[in-house]
Every structure is written in C-alpha cells, then in structure tokens.
Design a protein around this ligand. Structure first.
Ligand code: ADP
Ligand code: ADP
Length: 233
C-alpha cells in the first residue's frame, strides 16, 4: 500500500482568487526518495505542508490526502508527531532550547519516553550523524549547518517513517550542503526512511532520488524517474 496517496487536491489561500494547487495527484511508496521541484512560486512549499496535518496552510481544500490508506487527518496526535518529521528552510526556526542535549530530548519528552530510552536514542542518533562532540554545547554556538543537523537529529530520535524537508540547504554553504544531502541518502538507504523534499540544487539532488515531481503553477506536469533533461526545464 502507498504511504501517501494524493487525489484531486485543490487548494486556495483565503486572500487569493486563483487556486495555488490544481488537481494534484500522486502516490509515494515506503522507502521512496522524492524531489519536488519547479519554479519559485509554483506551490512546492504549499504542497509539502499538506503532507503534515499540523503545518497545513489555512485555506479552502478539496480532494483526498491518504496516509497508509486512511485520511491523514485521522492519524493520532502521537503518530502525527512521531511518524512524520519536517525540516524547514531556516535552521533557527525549529530550535527552541539553548542546550543541544535538551533540544534533542524535547520531542521525546513530549511523547513520554523514559529518560533511559531518551539517553539511548540520543547516543544512537548523534553517533549516526557524527554530532556527539557538540552534544553539550549551547545551540547558539552552532553554525547554520550544525543547526540543520540538530533539527534532523531531533526528528530522528522519534524514529519517523517520513521526513519532509522544505529547501533545507538553502542557507548552508556548498560543502555543508553536500554533507547534509549525503546524510539524507544514508537515512533513506539504511533505515528505509521515506524522504520528500523541495530543493533548488537540482544537480546535487537528482542523483540521490528515485522519483521527481515537477510542479508548475500548482499542477504536476511530470512524475517519474529523474532525467537530466528535466533539469533544463
Ligand atoms: P514555492 O514553494 O514553489 O516557491 P509557495 O507554495 O511558497 O511556492 O507559494 C505558491 C503561491 O502561494 C505563491 O503565489 C505565494 O505567494 C502563495 N502563498 C504562499 N504562502 C502563502 C500564504 N501563507 N498566504 C497566502 N499566499 C501564500
Ligand atoms: P521499534 O519497534 O522499537 O520502533 P524498529 O524495528 O523500528 O523498532 O527499530 C529497531 C532499531 O532500528 C532501533 O532500536 C534503532 O536502533 C533502529 N532504527 C529504527 N528506525 C530508526 C530511525 N528512524 N532512525 C534511527 N534508527 C532507527
């Protein structure tokens, strides 16, 4: 069964007279690594936010968004928080605490995990991501790239099925961008985490993904395997 199934999704912001998403249809399977790309203003961010109930934009919506065959809106708050993780463009937007360790524990505390399990997962994930050496720093001491890794690590401690990322590297330098994208690929390959991202670094991301969706003026005009010719559109 598909992880996500989007059927005839239309969406209009309250202050707009034209829809931002027009008859969007697609399915995403467990383990897919999907790039959503297209011109600025085509609706990528709006569409991505529809895949997580808590960050959905307010407006008029028609159509169906199914998660494992059931309406996304019917996921329990616990499952919605743990199974679907989201990383935003601005690394500072998601960091709420001043200690890296506390920041990593925050989401798990909200889900009611025991202190020993929290500690185990922080050790596990920080080793995987190679961030152990700054666990005891303050979050304001971190660079933009480190903050973005911290956001990713916080989500990973919840053992998500899906990661949604909205232009996650747009504020990172080229080397940090490569490192971040490489980590996403490892999460996808080693834990079968489904990844759905928007990115404008097409030449860096095309080689990593198995599926691309091209969005133009709110309509998907191509879904399929990444082909070099698409990068010139
Ligand atoms: P992209 O991510 O492809 O750049 P967006 O989804 O951000 O596109 O924007 C698509 C359209 O929706 C644009 O016309 C944008 O101005 C509009 N839009 C985005 N967010 C909002 C909002 N919160 N309220 C009203 N209009 C919005
Ligand atoms: P559980 O039922 O405890 O969630 P899983 O079969 O999902 O168990 O995971 C077993 C082990 O695989 C975990 O203890 C962890 O080491 C690793 N693992 C699973 N999912 C993830 C993930 N999303 N990120 C990191 N490690 C994971």
């Amino acid at each position: 069964m598909a992880l996500y199934e989007i059927q005839h999704l239309n969406f209009t912001y309250p202050n707009h007279n034209a829809p931002t998403l027009k008859d969007v249809n697609f399915s995403i399977n467990h383990g897919d690594f999907v790039l959503l790309f297209g011109p600025s203003g085509s609706g990528k961010s709006t569409l991505l936010r529809h895949l997580k109930q808590e960050v959905k934009p307010v407006g008029t919506e028609e159509g169906h968004i199914l998660f494992e065959g059931h309406p996304l809106s019917s996921l329990s708050p616990h499952d919605a928080a743990s199974r679907i993780g989201m990383v935003f463009q601005n690394p500072d937007q998601q960091i709420v605490l001043s200690s890296v360790y506390e920041e990593l524990a925050f989401g798990m505390e909200n889900l009611g995990l025991s202190p020993s399990e929290m500690q185990r997962r922080i050790g596990e994930i920080s080793t995987f991501l190679g961030i152990n050496h700054w666990l005891y720093k303050n979050t304001h001491e971190l660079s933009g790239g480190q903050k973005q890794l911290l956001n990713l690590a916080s989500i990973m401690t919840l053992y998500p099925d899906v990661l949604l990322l909205d232009e996650p590297t747009s504020q990172l330098d080229p080397i940090t961008t490569q490192n971040f994208l490489h980590i996403l690929k490892r999460l996808n390959e080693e834990f079968s985490i489904t990844i759905i991202m928007t990115e404008h670094h097409l030449e860096d991301v095309f080689p990593l993904v198995n599926k691309v969706f091209l969005l133009k003026q709110g309509t998907i005009t191509y879904t399929g395997t990444p082909k070099a010719s698409l990068m010139r559109l």
